[in-house]
Design a protein. Structure first.
Length: 473
């Protein structure tokens, strides 16, 4: 390869085709809405937001002069005015400082020069350490991205499942345990199980609070108490952190310990785990022809087998959710450990919040597409359900228990295990040691009618989900 060709390849512009990460490449359009929340640009803006609000808080306790109302409004909304071009200037400053928060601080100072706030320049970042800004910034980014970008498709997924559960709540199907024929259930009942599981964890995630710290270099307010001993810095810190929506943590080192964030990650992991379970079940249902997929004109299922319609949305969801959970697990393991009062290994690690949420979001969108493109194959489900009536043996042995027959489980096991019953069901029932009335009850029983309270459970599940969404709950 010529040197000229090599240079040209090394200087490829950053596009969806040249991005190293598939999130910013192949899947960019699926996660683009995350960029304003968890990108480097978002991090810079959020840091500015905290620094500006900190100045307002210092004014409120008299450390800096009283702000005029336009100045207060400007600082409280300061981050929203930061443009991409200004953020790029911050990155240029960082090339000199090799410290991202210091680069933001110096840029902030430049921005207030020539304004009515120029006299407050030296009060920017007063008594703080960079981690006072970062711990709050990352948690704000995480909470906002999750609430505003990730939870809505999850709620939509739950809604889709509820709609289908209601439609198919009485459609009987064979349940399998250990991969073997068990007893009948309904399509709707199995769907509402997943809807309930996901909804329960999403509501936990929605309500879960994160912590925040504003305690100085090693957590003792050293500089602030030395310079301003008359101020109750513990109360100040509590009030400031609470104003951002966090639980104040006043017992820290330089870092705000990550247990709250890890717990938050683990809730998302549980959601992703449930969706993985669902994706794999749907893959199996499609494979067994119990569910059929919508065929879209122009789509190709195989480069060599024209007949194929692959469950690619469920497979894509499985792959991306597995990646997301692997990263969440790594973050949870790493962030729990910091040498002495602080080391910097968490700084490069926590930057991957966007990556974990990105892979999760790709998974959510893929599984949502998947469920909207499949429907139960009623004929095939009925065929499988009707294949072997020995699945009714649970009902038989339970009725025999009620009738006082000794050890009915062993009796029915000897008559059914490894055997098939269908056309001779009535004759088979006649051989049982029960009276004619009880035999009549069993003869009226079919796999399609032996579904217990499945339909009622669907109604209860949907009701509980709707109740959990009520704001007054």
């Amino acid at each position: 390869m010529s040197k000229k060709m090599s240079d040209r390849q090394l200087n490829l512009p950053l596009t969806e085709l040249t991005a190293v990460s598939p999130l910013d490449g192949r899947y960019r359009e699926k996660i683009v809405e995350l960029a304003p929340y968890v990108s480097e640009f978002a991090l810079i803006r959020t840091r500015f937001e905290i620094e500006a609000k900190y100045l307002v808080a210092l004014s409120d306790i008299g450390i800096v002069r009283k702000l005029k109302e336009p100045e207060r409004r400007k600082l409280e909304s300061f981050s929203r005015s930061i443009t991409l071009k200004e953020a790029q200037k911050v990155k240029k400053v960082e090339q000199e400082t090799r410290h991202d928060v210091k680069a933001m601080e110096r840029s902030f100072r430049k921005m207030v020069k020539g304004t009515s706030l120029r006299d407050l320049t030296e009060m920017i970042h007063l008594g703080l350490t960079s981690e006072d800004i970062n711990n709050l910034a990352y948690r704000l980014m995480l909470k906002r991205a999750t609430n505003e970008i990730c939870i809505p498709p999850l709620d939509t997924f739950v809604d889709e499942l509820c709609e289908r559960a209601r439609t198919f709540k009485t459609m009987p199907m064979l349940a399998r345990t250990h991969g073997q024929s068990a007893v009948p259930t309904t399509v709707g009942k199995e769907l509402i199980v997943f809807a309930t599981r996901v909804n329960r964890e999403v509501r936990k995630l929605e309500a879960q609070k994160l912590s925040g710290k504003l305690t100085g270099a090693v957590g003792n307010f050293n500089a602030l108490t030395f310079a301003y001993p008359e101020i109750d810095w513990l109360s100040f810190s509590e009030k400031f952190v609470e104003s951002l929506g966090f639980d104040p943590n006043l017992v820290t080192t330089q870092t705000n310990p990550y247990e709250d964030t890890i717990e938050y990650f683990q809730t998302i992991q549980r959601i992703n785990g449930i969706l993985l379970d669902f994706a794999q079940d749907m893959w199996r249902y499609v494979s067994d022809d119990w569910f059929v997929q919508e065929v879209k004109k122009g789509e190709v299922g195989s480069s060599t087998m024209p007949q194929k319609v692959n469950p690619i949305d469920f497979e894509n969801a499985e792959g991306n959710l597995t990646l997301a959970n692997g990263l969440f697990e790594t973050l949870s393991r790493k962030l729990a450990v910091s040498r002495l009062q602080r080391d910097l290994s968490d700084s490069t690690t926590i930057r991957n919040i966007g990556t974990t949420l990105g892979y999760s979001l790709v998974g959510y969108k893929s599984i949502l597409t998947g469920i909207t493109r499949v429907r139960p194959n009623k004929a095939r489900i009925e065929e499988v359900l009707d294949h072997d009536w020995s699945i009714l043996s649970e009902a038989v042995q339970t009725l025999l228990r009620k009738a006082g027959v000794q050890d009915p489980y062993s009796l029915i096991a000897s008559l059914t295990r490894g055997k098939h019953i269908h056309q001779d069901w009535s004759r088979w029932v006649d051989e049982l040691p029960i009276d004619d009335v009880q035999k009549g009850e069993l003869k009226k029983l079919t796999p399609s009618t032996y579904t217990g309270l499945a339909a009622d459970i669907v109604d209860r599940g949907i009701k509980d989900i709707l109740k959990s969404r009520r704001k007054d709950n």
